[in-house]
Design a protein around this ligand. Structure first.
Ligand code: 9MR
Ligand code: ZN
Length: 544
C-alpha cells in the first residue's frame, strides 16, 4: 500500500487531499506528540490511467492546525511527513530561484554564496563563430560570450530556453512582486533591486551577446559535443556560436521588450538598451522567413528544434505592443494575425511560447491590445482550462495530465498547466477564481510527492526528494547531496536513455516511468526552464 502526500505541505486554509491505493481508515498524526488530530475514511476515486492503479482520496481539509504531521492508515501504513502552514512554500520558492545562481557560467561560485557547492570560473575563453570553425578558417572570428546560465545538466547555453526561463521569472515578478522580497544571498543582494531581477540580469546580459548587429540572433552557444561528467571549469572544449534561427530572434525580441518594462524603474539605461535590441530583432523578423535549426553531423549538444515560429513571433508582437509605445498599430496588426491563426495559444514551454503572449495581453493593465484580441485570447484560455479541469476529474491524483502527456520533461507540462490555471484565476472572480487557484495548487502537490512513485521532484524538499539529478557538477563535486531546489524532468512514457531503459520494464504506466539515477538524462535531468515555472507557481501561492 502507498499513501501519497505533498511532502512539503499544504497551506493552512483550503483543500488538503492525500491519495492512497487501497481502501482504509486514516488518522492524521501530529509529529510533536504523536497524537491523532484528525481521522476519517478514504473515499474511492477510481482507476488512474496514468498510474495504472486504483486510487482513494484522503480528505483532511478541515484540519487547519499548523505544524508537522503524517498519515497513519488503519492497516498501519504511514505516509511521508508534511507541514501545514500559512506560508508553506516560502523556503521552497527561495531554493527554486537560488538554483539558477548555481547555473551561472563564466564566474566563480564562492563559498559565501554557494556554500559547499563552489567552483572556479568556467567557460571564459572567447567563443568561435561556427561558420569559421566548420570551414577550418585559419584565423576564425572569436567573441566574448561569457555569462548566462548553463541550460541544464550540460554546459550549453541556448537562446530559446534561456528566454523562456527568464520569461517565467519576469512575469512572476511583474504579477506577484510581493513574493520576491527575500534575499537570495547572491553577490548582488542588497543593491536595491529584487534578487529575482539581479539573477535574471545575469542571463539577459548574456542573451544580449547572442544578438548579431543586423538583429538576427544565434540559436545556441555550445561545444560540438557534450562534455564528460566533469566540473564546468575543467571543460575546455571550444564553445561555438551557432547560426541564427527565427525562433531565437523572436524569443529574444519578446524577452528584451519584457525586460525593458520590468527593469525601467531600477536600471533605466539597461531598459532602454533592451528595448532598442528588441526592436532591432523584431525588424529583422519582419524581413525574414522561418529559419530552423539542426545540429551539424556528429554534434550531440541540445538542438531545441522547432518547426513553427508563429508562436514566437506572436510573443514578440505581444510584448513590443506593451513596451514600445511608438508603433502600437503595427504591433497590434501583427499580433492579430497570430491570434486569428489556428496555432495553440496556451503553452509556456520552449517549443511553444504562445501562452506568454496570451498572459501578457490578459494581464496588461492598460489593455493595449484592445477588446477584439483580448476576447479571442480569453476564449482560448478558458477553452483550454475547461479541458484541463475535465482531465483532472479523470485523474486519481487531481493531475491535469493524460497518460500521453508524459513526455520528456513532463514536470514542465505539469508546471505549465498550473501556470495556465493561475492565469485563469487572475482573470476570474469569486468561486471560479477559487476553483482555478485550487486546480493550480493540485499540480504542485503532484510535483512535491503526491504521485504514484511517492517522490518529491524537488531536491532537498520532501522526505523522499529525488537525490541524483543528471547534472554534471552534482556528479563531479564529490558532495553527497545535490544543491537543494532543483526540479527533475520527471516521468517519460518512452524513456530513451540506456539507464532508464534498463531499469524501467516495458509496459510500465507513464506516471511510473522515472528513475532517480544520475545517468538518466531522459527522466532525471534538471533545466533552468523546469525550475522557472515552479517559481511562478510558488510566487502566486505566496500571495494567497
Ligand atoms: O527539454 C528538452 C526536451 O523537451 C526534448 O524532448 C529533449 C530531446 O530533444 O531535449 C530536452 O532538452 C535538453 C537539451 O537538448 C540539452 N540540455 C538539456 C535539456 C534537458 O534534457
Ligand atoms: Zn560555464
Amino acid at each position: 500500500m502507498g499513501i501519497f502526500v505533498d511532502q512539503v505541505g499544504y497551506p493552512a486554509h483550503g483543500r488538503k487531499l492525500a491519495v492512497c491505493n487501497c481502501a482504509c481508515n486514516f488518522q492524521i498524526i501530529r509529529l510533536s506528540d504523536r497524537k491523532c488530530v484528525f481521522d476519517g475514511v478514504a473515499t474511492k476515486k477510481g482507476f488512474d490511467p496514468s498510474a495504472g492503479e486504483e486510487t482513494w482520496e484522503i480528505d483532511f481539509s478541515d484540519l487547519t492546525e499548523e505544524g508537522g504531521f503524517y498519515i497513519l492508515s488503519g492497516k498501519g501504513e504511514t505516509s511521508p511527513v508534511f507541514s501545514i502552514d500559512s506560508k508553506v512554500y516560502a523556503s521552497l520558492q527561495k531554493d527554486l530561484l537560488k538554483a539558477l545562481y548555481f547555473q551561472r557560467c563564466g564566474c566563480a561560485l564562492t563559498k559565501e554564496y554557494a556554500g559547499a557547492y563552489t567552483h572556479e570560473a568556467c567557460h571564459t575563453s572567447p567563443a568561435i563563430l561556427y561558420e569559421d570553425y566548420a570551414a577550418h578558417t585559419e584565423n576564425p572570428q572569436t567573441f566574448d560570450m561569457t555569462g548566462g546560465w548553463h541550460d541544464a545538466g550540460d554546459f550549453g547555453r541556448y537562446t530559446t530556453p534561456g528566454a523562456v526561463a527568464v520569461g517565467h521569472l519576469l512575469y512572476a515578478y511583474e504579477l506577484f512582486p510581493e513574493s520576491f522580497r527575500n534575499s537570495l544571498n547572491i553577490p548582488e543582494s542588497g543593491n536595491g533591486m529584487p534578487d529575482v531581477l539581479n539573477e535574471c540580469l545575469y542571463e539577459l546580459r548574456w542573451l544580449m551577446k547572442m544578438q548579431f548587429p543586423d538583429g538576427s540572433v544565434s540559436h545556441k552557444l555550445t561545444a560540438y559535443c557534450h562534455a564528460d561528467f566533469i566540473m564546468p571549469e575543467e571543460d575546455h572544449d571550444p564553445f561555438l556560436i551557432y547560426p541564427v534561427s527565427s525562433m531565437a530572434a523572436a524569443d529574444f525580441a519578446a524577452v528584451m521588450a519584457l525586460a525593458s518594462r520590468v527593469y525601467a524603474p531600477f536600471l533605466p539605461d539597461f531598459a532602454k538598451e533592451a528595448l532598442e535590441k528588441a526592436k532591432k530583432s523584431f525588424d529583422w523578423l519582419l524581413e525574414n522567413p522561418y529559419i530552423g535549426f539542426h545540429n551539424p553531423e556528429g554534434s550531440n549538444t541540445g538542438e531545441y528544434d522547432d518547426d513553427c515560429d508563429m508562436d514566437e513571433r506572436m510573443w514578440a508582437a505581444a510584448e513590443l505592443l506593451r513596451s514600445d509605445h511608438d508603433s502600437i498599430p503595427a504591433y497590434r496588426e501583427e499580433l492579430q494575425k497570430y491570434v486569428d491563426s489556428d496555432i495553440n495559444k496556451t503553452d509556456f514551454g520552449w517549443t511553444d511560447v504562445s501562452g506568454f503572449a496570451l498572459l501578457s495581453v490578459l494581464t496588461d493593465p492598460a489593455h493595449t491590445a484592445g477588446d477584439k484580441i483580448e476576447t479571442k485570447l480569453r476564449q482560448s484560455l478558458f477553452a483550454e482550462t475547461e479541458r484541463l479541469l475535465a482531465v483532472m476529474e479523470e485523474s486519481g491524483f487531481s493531475l491535469a495530465m493524460k497518460p500521453e502527456d508524459f513526455c520528456w520533461g513532463s514536470n514542465m507540462v505539469v508546471c505549465n498547466r498550473s501556470m495556465l490555471f493561475i492565469l485563469a484565476a487572475l482573470v476570474s472572480k469569486g468561486e471560479q477564481k477559487e476553483q482555478y487557484t485550487q486546480a493550480a495548487l493540485e499540480q504542485l502537490h503532484y510535483l512535491l510527492g503526491r504521485n504514484a512513485l511517492n517522490v518529491s521532484y524537488v531536491t532537498g524538499h520532501g522526505e523522499h526528494a529525488f537525490k541524483n539529478p543528471h547534472n554534471r557538477p552534482t556528479f563531479a563535486d564529490g558532495i553527497e547531496l545535490p544543491m537543494p531546489g532543483w526540479v527533475s524532468g520527471g516521468p517519460f512514457k518512452t524513456p530513451c536513455d540506456p539507464k532508464a531503459c534498463e531499469l524501467i520494464p516495458a509496459g510500465t504506466p507513464p506516471m511510473k516511468c522515472y528513475v532517480d539515477e544520475v545517468e538518466s538524462y531522459s527522466t532525471n535531468e534538471i533545466t533552468i526552464y523546469w525550475n522557472s515555472p515552479a517559481v511562478f507557481m510558488t510566487a502566486y501561492f505566496e500571495t494567497l
